[in-house]
Design a protein around this ligand. Structure first.
Ligand SMILES: Cc1cc2nc3c(=O)[nH]c(=O)nc-3n(C[C@H](O)[C@H](O)[C@H](O)COP(=O)(O)O)c2cc1C
Length: 247
């Protein structure tokens, strides 16, 4: 089984997205999967220009010659695609959205009805089902910050001719995984263990239970306390930066 992950955080390996994504991928690998992570920031991916040449002029071929051909080939081979993205203004990062838009070259213009909804067929009439999983983190504390990105992920899976939504592993107040490492090591370990187990189960069982999807979001600190500590830290950071600029 091939598990292909995209990490669309511009902070790449320094970010929270990568911490939780790689923990999941280690679990997947331990269960026998072949795993690969694509860091979208490192790739040359131009914006879709909306010209539809890929549908009508050179079917299946985009006017842009960049890394998308390689990415489309990787997607074709994958059994599970993991979309790793932090929440940026309530949705996917621009890097992820730019990549997603360019997948239009893999579809055809014709309209068909699938599950009672207009859809485009995939080019080549592919039958292979690809599971799709969202892994995300955000700065705020409420879980509803993920509602728009989860809905978007579900819609993308329905839109893909051969896509199947597998679930969402979302981690609010992602910074607490670092911040509370020494204060609440058991809590942090519990969250990361749940990401790891989700990787194991995704490969060995083909599903991630609701319990595990809940466990990765488990609160590690009362939100009011987090807010007060974060605001104090931000104020100190601003004062220190300004003082250093004046000297
Ligand atoms: C441009 C930008 C927009 C953001 N928008 C949101 C947001 O709408 N809601 C939220 O809770 N966090 C938001 N955040 C915080 C990030 O989701 C958070 O810092 C996350 O840890 C970043 O992931 P990374 O560490 O993998 O880079 C935003 C951060 C940036 C830089």
């Amino acid at each position: 089984m091939k598990v292909l992950a995209f990490n669309s955080s511009p902070r790449m390996k320094k970010g929270v997205t990568d911490k939780i994504l790689q923990t999941f991928m280690s679990g997947a690998k331990s269960a026998g999967a072949e795993t690969e992570t694509v860091y979208l920031v490192k790739k040359n991916i131009k914006y879709c220009s909306g010209c539809f040449n890929c549908w009508f002029v050179h079917p299946g071929k985009c006017i842009h010659v960049d890394d998308m051909l390689e990415i489309r080939n990787k997607i074709k081979e994958a059994d599970l695609i993991v979309f790793g993205s932090p929440v940026y203004f309530d949705g996917f990062t621009a890097q992820m959205k730019t990549m997603l838009d360019r997948l239009i070259a893999g579809g055809m213009p014709f309209i068909q009805v699938r599950d009672g909804h207009f859809r485009h067929p995939s080019r080549g009439g592919e039958k292979k089902v690809r599971k799709m999983l969202l892994i995300s983190t955000c700065g705020f504390g409420e879980k509803d910050n993920f509602d728009p990105i989860i809905q978007h992920m579900q819609a993308i899976a329905r839109n893909f001719a051969t896509g199947e939504y597998m679930g969402a592993l979302v981690r609010p107040v992602g910074s607490t995984l670092e911040m509370l490492q020494d204060e609440n090591p058991e809590g942090v370990k519990g969250v990361l263990d749940a990401f790891y187990q989700a990787g194991v189960d995704a490969v060995s069982k083909g599903v991630i239970s609701d319990e595990l999807q809940e466990a990765v979001s488990a609160p590690l600190i009362p939100l009011k306390e987090f807010m007060e500590r974060a605001n104090k830290m931000f104020q100190t950071m601003i004062s220190e930066k300004q003082a250093s600029q004046q000297n």
